[in-house]
Design a binder for this molecule. Structure first.
Ligand code: AMP
Length: 179
């Protein structure tokens, strides 16, 4: 099954994507997660993307297309995938089409568009905390951890994403709506 999850930041792509990925047995591929990992590891990709991610701007299409091409080429994506946060521009959508055709013409099975009002998203992201180790997502109002600041699943420390700060969230939403 090949699925694209669309929707603004904070619309639930990551949360629903995790559940769907387990249910469908295909990997959840998040360009945001790949970029954040590259930044944390200080790779060339990470260094190139760092300023844009921090400011909530889109990373260059060629950069993102390159990383998606590499990721979709790995064996676990052969039978399907869930894409979270990609494509975000027409050029990326065209690039995905070309990639799928070059891999013996696989079509997408579903494109799911999550629609959530802006104020809900801003509030949700303000209250979002993530586990730095296993990636479990919490919300202080709707899904708080049992012990403040600690992941229920693996016991690691929870953190907030630097780009979830309200001013940056608004910039990310503007970018999302413009494309
Ligand atoms: P996300 O985790 O999907 O909210 O993405 C976090 C940040 O990573 C975005 O604000 C962008 O800076 C960058 N990013 C993620 N996916 C893309 C993409 N498909 N194209 C360009 N930039 C992206």
């Amino acid at each position: 099954m090949r699925v694209v999850l669309l929707g603004p930041p904070g619309s639930g792509k990551g949360t629903h994507g995790k559940g769907l990925s387990a249910e469908l047995g295909v990997p959840l591929i998040s360009t945001g997660d790949i970029l954040r990992q590259a930044i944390a590891e200080g790779t060339r990709l990470g260094l190139a993307a760092q300023a844009d991610v921090k400011a909530g701007r889109l990373v260059a299409d060629e950069t993102v297309l390159g990383l998606i091409e590499t990721r979709l080429g790995l064996p676990d994506a052969k039978e399907g995938f869930l894409l979270d946060g990609f494509p975000r521009t027409v050029a990326q959508a065209d690039g995905l089409g070309t990639l799928l055709q070059s891999g013996s013409c696989h079509n997408l099975d579903h494109v799911v568009n999550l629609v959530v009002p802006v104020e809900v998203v801003v509030n949700r992201l303000r209250e979002r905390w993530l586990c730095g180790s296993c990636g479990t997502i919490y919300n202080l109002s709707s899904k708080p951890p049992k012990v403040a600041g600690i992941c229920d699943v693996c016991g690691s420390t929870l953190k907030q994403r630097a780009d979830d700060e309200p001013a940056t969230v608004r910039a990310r939403l503007e970018v999302y709506q413009r494309r």
